[in-house]
Design a protein around this ligand. Structure first.
Ligand SMILES: [Zn+2]
Length: 227
């Protein structure tokens, strides 16, 4: 219950301050690049459906790279570990992010929209599906084996992301994908052969629930580094 309150607290705090601001800037940027014909996709005549598709796939790949950097770069890990210190996983974990991480990623996303000349429909579709997929693979939902086997080929099922939340660092530094699982597959960061029942969720150095309250999470990036 306490854990859930913390996650809800962090979600509401982030949403109020950042999400509303970010969403409006993102939409304005999309409108601006389309109006001024800025970015790679506006260099030549590209059919509208292709612009949407490329925008969607590109944003997901960039999120994969960003997620990987969050694990590999000690400075970014300071922020991203807040998400990983959750000792259990459910829908509320999907929005448990430090506002610092969200702020840096918002700046990067807006820059990417500029660079790509991204299509607004593609960006909004991506952002919307991102929320649903993140909630789906943090949900701990048990899906039928046959469904998972097919889903896994292209997308990220809950079991794949659960491995990413393991206390075992080698397992944590894998399965970075959000919507598509193909990036992990192609770039060799996919781990599948883990006994799901034996996964311990969390970060080894942050295992005391009493030290994982809302205010602890807020200052965590500025405290001692923890692997
Ligand atoms: Zn992560």
């Amino acid at each position: 219950m306490k854990r859930w309150l913390n996650n809800m607290g962090i979600t509401i705090f982030n949403s109020l301050i950042l999400k509303l601001l970010f969403a409006s800037i993102l939409v304005q940027t999309c409108l601006y690049v389309t109006d001024k014909q800025i970015g790679v996709l506006n260099l030549t005549a590209v059919p509208y459906w292709a612009k949407t598709l490329v925008t969607f796939v590109f944003m997901d790949f960039m999120l994969y790279v960003w997620h990987l950097l969050n694990h590999e770069m000690p400075f970014l890990w300071r922020f991203h570990r807040v998400h990983h210190t959750d000792l259990n996983m459910d829908v509320s974990s999907a929005t448990r992010f430090h506002i610092g991480e969200l702020a840096i990623s918002a700046v990067i996303k807006i820059s990417l929209v500029f660079f790509l000349g991204a299509d607004m429909f593609g960006v909004l579709l991506f952002e919307t599906l991102l929320v649903f997929t993140a909630q789906f693979h943090h949900s701990g939902l048990t899906v039928p084996q046959w469904f998972e086997k097919i889903f896994w080929i292209l997308f990220v099922p809950p079991s794949m992301h659960r491995i990413h939340h393991s206390v075992v660092i080698k397992q944590r530094d894998s399965n970075y994908g959000t919507i598509f699982s193909i990036w992990d597959r192609i770039l060799g960061t996919l781990i599948t052969d883990v006994d799901q029942d034996r996964i311990r969720i969390g970060v080894g150095g942050h295992y005391e629930p009493a030290k994982l309250n809302f205010h602890h999470l807020l200052v965590m990036p500025f405290t001692a580094p923890v692997k």
